[in-house]
Design a protein around this ligand. Structure first.
Ligand code: CAA
Length: 379
């Protein structure tokens, strides 16, 4: 067993760290305040090859493995959870194409998704959140034209408002329920597909979360990914990978909050000395660091298993459950260390505290992860 990054992973970490420090950190507060999607940062991430991570070079990507991907998301999340979240969720659409798409689809979409086009994954509906299998959006094949006719509404879709390509889960055979679900690529601008409400959220203000409305939207039969009726399974497999990304995001948020707390503890003078000299603060920092280190290695372990082609459903769920609860715990203590100043927008802690919460909810709630983990234990 070796607890060591490869040279390539170390290089990626350094690049991502540098980008986060120099380009992301100075923008993070404004992105949050203005609810601004950081298009310029997405473009830079594209130039740096981050949006094409895990997409093989033959399809226009930058290659790499899931550990490298997690490290990049983590480094960016230390400074801006919104930018890291956008990157992490963008990668779900290409991951589905890569695993289940035809050669033709890979050649058509992957180079674009690696090089500037944002991807989205549309599973959730107003009446189908944790119970994803109860989704009602339909995509019925019109034999006469060879097109799927899509009707329904998806909600809470990260990047949905500006994504060029959407991996949509819809019922192609509604009577078969979960086993009648399929995965279909829908392109932005297809007639009958419109963007509904863009959500006003508690945190993650720079990551757009949108409703997608399909009203007799027609897409060619060729847009079906993989087999008809396998869409739910593909979605679950995609989520196994995606959850590692959110775990990495949560680790990064916790690390960012810990770094800020250490700096503040050295600077803040109370009772005639820096608060870092107070044992209560020291214990907080020790707990924050210990739990964050544990969350990081569980996340890397899940990423390692995925990269190695080993089963990772349980490990991804454990990593996300643990890292997201830790992000909430650490940002809460970080705010406590900062006291009144932490509650003010002048410091990044209140943003981190708000951003951390979503990691316990999106791409599966903590409760769903406990279902997934306990099912694996009891089978
Ligand atoms: N890998 C492969 N196949 C899987 C799987 C996995 N991890 N999990 C389930 N399946 C398969 C099952 O084997 C079964 O297939 P077969 O019948 O062929 O064996 C099929 O899927 C149905 O599985 P279940 O019976 O377990 O289904 P269920 O209805 O009990 O649901 C669940 C299981 C785990 C609760 C699932 O519904 C779930 O994960 N819910 C949470 C959904 C979620 O994470 N939503 C977030 C969406 S993304 C998002 O947040 C928006 C965004 O933009 C970020």
């Amino acid at each position: 067993m070796e607890f060591k990054l490869t040279e390539e992973q170390e290089m990626l970490q350094e690049m991502a760290h540098d980008f986060a420090e120099k380009s992301v950190a100075p923008r993070a507060a404004d992105i949050d305040k203005n609810g601004e999607f950081p298009q310029d940062l997405f473009d830079t991430m594209t130039e740096m090859g981050f949006t094409g991570l895990c997409i093989p070079e033959e399809y226009g990507g930058s290659g790499g493995d899931d550990i490298g991907k997690a490290i990049v998301v983590e480094e960016i999340a230390k400074k801006c959870a919104s930018t890291a979240g956008t990157l992490s969720v963008h990668m779900v659409c290409p991951s589905i194409l890569l695993k289940f798409g035809s050669e033709e689809q890979k050649k058509k979409y992957l180079p674009k998704l690696a090089n500037g086009c944002l991807g989205a994954f549309a599973l959730t509906e107003p009446g189908a959140g944790s119970d994803a299998g109860s989704a009602r959006t339909t995509a019925i094949l019109d034999e006469a034209t060879g097109e799927y006719v899509i009707n329904g509404t998806k909600c809470f879709i990260t990047g949905g408002a500006r994504a060029q390509y959407i991996a949509l889960i819809a019922l192609t055979q509604p009577e078969k329920k979960i086993k009648g679900m399929s995965c279909i690529i829908v392109e932005k601008g297809t007639p009958g597909f419109t963007i509904g409400k863009v959500e006003d959220k508690m945190g993650l203000h720079g990551s757009e979360t949108a409703e997608l409305v399909f009203d007799n939207c027609r897409v060619p039969k060729e847009n079906l990914i993989g087999e008809e009726g396998k869409g739910f399974n593909y979605a679950m497999i995609a989520l196994d990978g995606a959850r590692i990304g959110i775990a990495a995001q949560a680790v990064g948020i916790a690390e960012g909050a810990l770094e800020a707390s250490i700096e503040y503890a050295h600077q803040r003078i109370q009772f005639g000395k820096p608060i870092a000299a107070l044992q209560g603060i020291q214990w907080y920092l020790a707990d924050m660091a210990t739990k964050t280190e544990a969350a990081k290695w569980l996340t890397y372990y899940a990423a390692y298993r995925k990269s190695a082609g080993l089963p990772h459903t349980k490990e991804a769920a454990m990593a996300k459950l643990n890292a997201s609860e830790n992000a909430r715990y650490v940002t809460n203590l970080a705010l406590q260390i900062h006291g009144g100043y932490g509650y003010m927008r002048d410091y990044p802690i209140e943003r981190m505290y708000r951003d951390a919460k979503i990691t316990e909810i999106y791409e599966g709630t903590s409760e769903i992860h406990k279902v997934v983990i306990s099912r694996a234990l009891l089978k």
